[in-house]
Design a protein around this ligand. Structure first.
Ligand code: AHG
Ligand code: MN
Ligand code: MN
Ligand code: MN
Length: 337
């Protein structure tokens, strides 16, 4: 069999981000590129630990509880430390917000830069010990003009983020990123140790066939959620019902939704009155990517990226995915209003 010639034109993440910044005339300093480079490094580091977790005794609990009242896993704590250290050392950050830290980290002057990073170091921790996909989610704000970096710089609507993304640690590590001009996906080539552009300009299909909810919470769901789910499970005769896929790692469920289309939902319900997912480092980055890929992200009644957070660990209901599917949910909320 004839082999295609070996390509020497590999578009790595750093090269791609840099060329995009230059193309957009935004690369005056290259600071954002360097920051993304630091995040890319944390993804490689965390990916390698996720892969070895069973071998080096990284499975199981760390023994502490985080501010959300969740038991921290060893990999939650390790991934958080990896991110804090690398982001501080990048000298590009001023404020760091992590799911695993009750308070914001304000970077000392010596290391201070102009960006704020909000992150979920390890998303899907309940899946770690079973070897199921987990990930890291991040969002980036630039400090406001004149600010030295305070939490006011991150208590801003998600639409003001300058970039957002996630890395999914699965059969391969996939980094998906938007700097506000579309969405691109990169896959870690382990032999090169580089993320390589594999999914340029990701667009969510306008309608999908998959729904992704934790239906175990059905008892608590509000009527618009129940009515919407019934509409896709019991469609008018002649139409096929939707397929269910729910991994329980937001990163993995959103990744599939971006690529295949359909809808992911973790709504506010009678028990979780504010929802479960955290605005700054779960809902906002994923809503940012969804919109950049041509989809919609809503609470059911409000665009997620328009919410102004009052506290750093605030939660929100979330529906996101294919435009037509999410518009269907919104109709059930309008009918209820
Ligand atoms: P984390 O592991 O970072 O705490 O996030 C867990 C989140 C998210 O990944 C997922 O979508 C959701 O919790 C799953 O919740 P349920 O187990 O309630 O379905
Ligand atoms: Mn958690
Ligand atoms: Mn999470
Ligand atoms: Mn987490």
């Amino acid at each position: 069999l004839e082999q295609p010639p070996l390509s020497t034109e590999i578009l790595t993440l750093t090269r791609h981000v840099l060329s995009e910044q230059i193309r957009l005339g935004a690369a005056a300093t290259g600071d954002l590129t360097l920051l993304i480079n630091a995040i890319e490094f944390t993804s490689k580091f965390i990916a390698s630990n996720v892969r070895k977790a069973r071998l080096i005794n990284l499975v199981g609990l760390a023994g502490d509880t985080n501010v959300q009242g969740e038991e921290q896993k060893k990999l939650d704590v390790l991934s958080n430390d990896i991110m804090v250290n690398s982001l501080r050392a990048s000298r590009k950050t001023a404020v760091l917000i992590s799911e695993e830290l009750e308070e914001a980290i304000i970077i000392e002057d010596e290391y201070k830069g102009k960006y704020c990073v909000v992150f979920d170091p390890l998303d899907g921790s309940s899946n770690i010990d079973a070897g199921v996909n987990v990930g890291t989610i991040f969002g980036i704000y630039q400090i406001r003009p004149g600010s030295q970096g305070t939490i006011a710089d991150v208590l801003r609507p998600g639409s003001e983020m300058v970039a957002a993304g996630y890395t999914m640690y699965g059969s391969s590590a996939n980094l998906v990123l938007s700097t506000g001009h579309g969405v691109n996906g990169y896959t870690l080539d382990p032999s090169l140790g580089e993320f390589v552009l594999t999914h340029p300009d990701i667009k969510i299909p306008p309608r999908g066939k998959i729904y992704s909810f934790n239906e175990g919470n059905s008892l608590h769901f509000h009527p618009p959620t129940v009515n919407y789910l019934n509409s896709i499970k019991f469609p008018p005769s002649g139409k096929s019902p939707y397929s269910a896929r729910y991994i329980g790692s937001m990163v993995a469920d959103v990744h599939r939704t971006l690529l295949y289309g359909g809808i992911f939902g973790y709504p506010v319900d009678k028990k979780s009155k504010s929802g479960k997912l955290r605005l700054l480092y779960e809902a906002f980055p994923m809503a940012f990517l969804t919109e950049q890929a041509g989809g919609i992200a809503t609470t059911g009644t409000k665009r997620i990226l328009d919410i102004v957070p009052k506290t750093i660990h605030e939660r929100s209901g979330v529906y996101l995915g294919s435009k037509d599917d999410v518009l269907d949910v919104i109709k059930f909320y309008e009918a209820e209003a």
